[in-house]
Ligand binder design. Sequence first.
Ligand code: ADP
Length: 237
Amino acid sequence: MVKLLIKDGIRLDGRKPDELRKIKIEAGVLHRADGSCYLEWGENKILAAVYGPREALPRHIQDSTKAIVNARYNMASFSVEERKRPGPDRRSIEISKVTSEALEGVIFTELFPRTMIDVCIEVLNAEAGTRCAGITAAAVALADAGIPMKDLPVACAAGKVDGTVVLDLTSGEDKEGEADLPVAIAPRTEEILLMQMDGHMTYKEFEEALELALKGCKKVHELQREALLNKYKDFEV
Ligand code: ADP
């Protein structure tokens, strides 16, 4: 059976290949956390909260040269169509690890030796691309918490569907398409903080997808900046 995910250059949800889903970002939504962010990206709904830097305990986990960045990605049991068993699984442990590493690439961790910076990412509703949405929300929450960073990280995926390179895959495109390439960058320098790939692409398609993902990241970065400016616009300096 041939599945048509793109017809006459238009995807099933009406987007062109290089179009993002609708994105809404709000900074500082949780008052008890040091920093927070609520993000909607298509049907994805994500809350990110930052606590810290706080003293890392037990003491043997402390690093005397830098802070430990401890990101925890969690999918709520009601976030997917069939109830997900609560608690960590292989996938969430992997996403937590790659997210911690991506964020560590921009945080000035050496300013806070022996501490831990907790980043909680709660996926309330999932519809593909949650690791990118999670990193994007976490970045805003970190900035909201006043954690010093050399850049505001951002993530976006590209991929290949029906032989076409497309930006920001939906769940159907992720499942039925040929490849998915989530990328996180530090937008100022375009340093790659995360890159993973599922499926197959030729090298040329990979280059095209990477370029598209970077363009997507730049657009999402503007929305992150707007969300932060929006929260702090009324503060006196
Ligand atoms: P990402 O969300 O970063 O794209 P994956 O490619 O692993 O990560 O997952 C793609 C999508 O598959 C998720 O966004 C979610 O919509 C769906 N999914 C993931 N895990 C589950 C699960 N346990 N049950 C149902 N759907 C899931």
